[in-house]
Design a protein around this ligand. Structure first.
Ligand SMILES: C[S@@+](CC[C@H](N)C(=O)[O-])C[C@H]1O[C@@H](n2cnc3c(N)ncnc32)[C@H](O)[C@@H]1O
Length: 263
């Protein structure tokens, strides 16, 4: 299956459970809104990329009741859920589209929460957004960096070594772009005023199976899954618990990156 279809399906299958588990994504959205208050108040035309179930879309509408919002996502089921969340509203248009290749329009603000880490050609996308922004326009996004789920990665390596596997299955987060890489891509795309911030957020789970269930429920599993035997899964759980359990819970690190950029 093509990678985009796989990303789309991962999220679409979890449309119902996403909101129950997406606590960190909500923190990311609030951090994004805090950083973009002024721009939001001044924007008349807003594009939201990867709106999912519409959490940020609803906040954007509250933050700027007179602006027009185009909210898009790869998947029709998520768009439907977002549409239900907001109810009928002529100021919001919904679109099923690949936001990475969206260069139409003339927007004052292009915004996205927790979606860019799934892009396959992020440099191309930033260039397209630079084209689609008005001269004073602003691009604002949050994304996840490669240190995300470091505990999972380390435990997987340890488990694979215990079972003498030559190549442990890679976790998707290892390929997420780091802070510097985003900085370079933004500069290449023609953004000259860039503010990037990074924060490590730790979420606690009662145990490793709960954490793995949450990943699945959020749709945040690897779009290129490799066979994962029950033996490897067991060894992974044991390694994770032994190495990282503290005070009755196991941590999962999220490396959050926020970017606010102007041309
Ligand atoms: C972690 S969810 C975040 C959803 C929402 N922004 C939020 O804050 O709750 C990531 C979303 O990005 C969407 N997505 C991923 N790649 C995309 C792309 N190329 N174009 C549009 N949407 C995309 C997924 O379908 C999913 O809804």
């Amino acid at each position: 299956m093509d990678i985009k279809q796989s990303i789309r399906r991962n999220f679409a299958r979890r449309a119902e459970s996403y909101d129950r588990y997406a606590g960190v994504q909500r923190l990311m959205a609030r951090g994004l809104l805090d950083r973009v208050q002024e721009e939001l108040a001044l924007s008349r035309r807003i594009l939201e990329v990867g709106c999912g179930t519409g959490y940020l879309t609803a906040s954007l509408r509250r933050g700027h009741p007179r602006g027009r919002i185009v909210a898009l996502d790869l998947d029709a089921a998520l768009i439907e859920q977002a549409r239900r969340r907001l109810g009928p509203d002529a100021r919001v248009s919904w679109l099923v589209a690949d936001g990475e290749f969206f260069s139409r329009g003339d927007f004052d603000l292009i915004i996205s929460n927790a979606a860019f880490q799934w892009f396959t050609n992020p440099g191309g996308a930033l260039q397209a957004y630079a084209q689609a922004l008005s001269p004073q326009g602003c691009l604002a996004f949050s994304t996840l960096g490669p240190r995300t789920f470091g505990e999972l990665d380390a435990s997987l390596h340890q488990a694979a070594a215990c079972l003498n596997l030559t190549a442990p299955p890679a976790i998707a987060a290892r390929e997420f772009l780091n802070y510097r890489h985003w900085e370079d891509l933004l500069a290449l795309a023609g953004f000259s005023q860039v503010r990037l911030t990074r924060q490590i957020i730790t979420a606690d789970f009662p145990n490793v199976p709960e954490f793995l269930r949450a990943l699945k429920a959020m749709g945040a599993t690897n779009p290129r899954p490799r066979p994962f035997s029950p033996r490897l899964l067991n060894a992974l759980i044991q390694a994770y618990e032994a190495r990282f359990r503290t005070n009755g819970s196991v941590p999962a690190t999220y490396e959050v990156i926020w970017a606010i950029a102007r041309k």
